[in-house]
Design a protein around this ligand. Structure first.
Ligand code: HAM
Length: 422
């Protein structure tokens, strides 16, 4: 048991961690360019936040939350998503009374107790963005364009961007009626989940993946059939902004997403390379969420992307990843007498800002050279008795195997120059 990790979790080992960092760094860079600032919220929150925010008829809240009573007998939940916590922080820290919109981004672990499979985990990681305080349709378009810009920089191709408008609560009331009228005669054919959803949350039936439900939903009225003029105008404006940017999208009236807080625009990006868990990101507008969390009326829009699925899609496409972490220099001692000098040199190299390491296993010279090669270091510095007497060391360039002797004094600066020059 203690040598096995919990189901649906993963250890990210160093080589893989380098890939994660590449994705995260690219995301941070793009957030800076689009003027989103970082926020970090707790990994757990009061359960009620998600019940009210995400919606108590959603699969996430009904079946997937890690909810427990803490030692003070409060019900808390590991966050299944990042939007409700960001909205809570926006209210709690009075960000809503400052200049709007407040543009925030986050990265971190989310938790959902679902059946694990390829691309679906119980602890997974999101990159997310939320803009609060503005209902401008250009902001919806900015979000969508930002996602596609980000994927483009990661070398992801062949993605499908689906967009929809789920309207305002008024449109949804109209849709609920129409949907129930359409679905009731088919109730016997729906899956058990959708049968339950029919009265409480019939919109969910629209994006059910079960074969029968899918077949029935094909001819069902969609959100687009019930948009009020204001919601229709908003959606048209979003599409116009996207068209100006040349963003390619498909309008999908059945896209309702799995969280209850959406109003107006909803969007999702699918990869055809990663199997059934194809959604590599999604989001939308949520103009009622701040109020539902106890704040004043304030609109919001955002998205979240799953890092694990992005990496799967990148690997599927043979996308570029930069080389993982490796030392600049590995210091090798020709014999035990040189070890203390090697230790001093190691720290001189590090003081100069170089990544450096040496052998701590008492290896022979040959074995040290072999191990140095495995670390992927750029240079090996060999300290031998004769060279030390001359006040110098041999420096081997691992990219071409060439070797030169350099004075120990100023060696770190010299290597730094050599690395900088390449
Ligand atoms: P979501 O669609 O539930 O939206 O999740 C966003 C992304 O997280 C998905 O597209 C997927 O890539 C990834 N994801 C979700 N569940 C899992 C899982 N079990 N394993 C691996 N990856 C997963 C949200 O979470 C909303 N908070 C997005 C949002 C932000 N809407 C407005 N602002």
């Amino acid at each position: 048991m203690i040598t096995t990790r919990p189901r649906g979790t993963a250890d990210i080992l160093p080589e893989e961690a380098g890939r994660w960092r590449f994705v995260e760094d690219t995301f941070r860079r793009i957030c800076r360019e689009y003027n989103y600032r970082e926020i970090r919220t707790p990994v757990f929150e009061h359960t009620e936040l998600f019940e009210r925010g995400v919606g108590d008829t959603t699969d996430i809240v009904e079946k997937e939350m890690y909810t427990f009573r803490d030692r003070g007998d409060r019900s808390v939940s590991l966050r299944p998503e990042g939007t409700a916590p960001v909205v809570r922080a926006y209210l709690e820290s009075n960000l809503h009374s400052g200049p709007q919109p407040v543009k925030l981004y986050y990265t971190g672990a989310m938790f959902r107790y679902d059946k694990p499979q390829a691309g679906r985990y119980r602890q997974f990681h999101q990159l997310g963005v939320e803009a609060l305080g503005s209902s401008h349709p250009a902001l919806d378009a900015e979000m969508i364009a930002m996602i596609m810009d980000f994927y483009g920089r990661l070398g992801l191709k062949g993605l499908e961007l689906h967009i929809n408008s789920v309207g305002c609560p008024r449109c949804r009331l109209a849709l609920k009626d129409e949907l129930q009228n359409y679905l009731r005669p088919h109730a016997g054919e729906l899956c058990i989940n959708c049968k339950n959803r029919l009265e409480r949350n019939p919109l969910r039936v629209l994006d059910c993946k079960e074969k029968n439900c899918d077949r029935i939903a094909v001819n069902a009225p969609t959100t687009l059939d019930c948009l009020c003029p204001d919601c229709g105008d908003h959606f048209d404006a979003v599409k116009e902004y996207l068209d100006r940017l040349g963003v390619v999208y498909q309008v999908d009236g059945r896209l309702v997403r799995g969280l209850d807080y959406y109003t107006h625009t909803a969007f999702e990006v699918m990869s055809t390379d990663i199997g059934s868990q194809s959604s590599i990101g999604g989001g939308g507008r949520y103009n009622g969420l701040v109020e539902a969390c106890g704040g004043p009326p304030a609109p919001g829009v955002g998205f979240a992307l799953g890092i694990e699925r992005i990496l799967l899609a990148m690997k599927g496409r043979g996308a570029y990843f930069p080389a993982g972490d490796r030392p600049d220099v590995f210091v090798v001692s020709a014999d035990a007498e040189c070890e203390k000098d090697a230790f001093d040199l190691l720290f001189a190299l590090r003081k100069c800002g170089l990544g450096a390491d040496m052998d701590y296993m008492g290896r022979s010279l040959k074995a040290q050279m072999k191990f140095a090669g495995k670390t992927g270091c750029r240079f090996v510095v060999i300290l031998g008795g004769d060279e030390l007497k001359r006040g110098s060391a041999s420096v081997k360039d691992m990219t071409n195997g060439s070797q030169i002797e350099l004075p120990l004094k100023g060696l770190a600066e010299e290597i730094k120059k050599l690395i900088g020059g390449n």
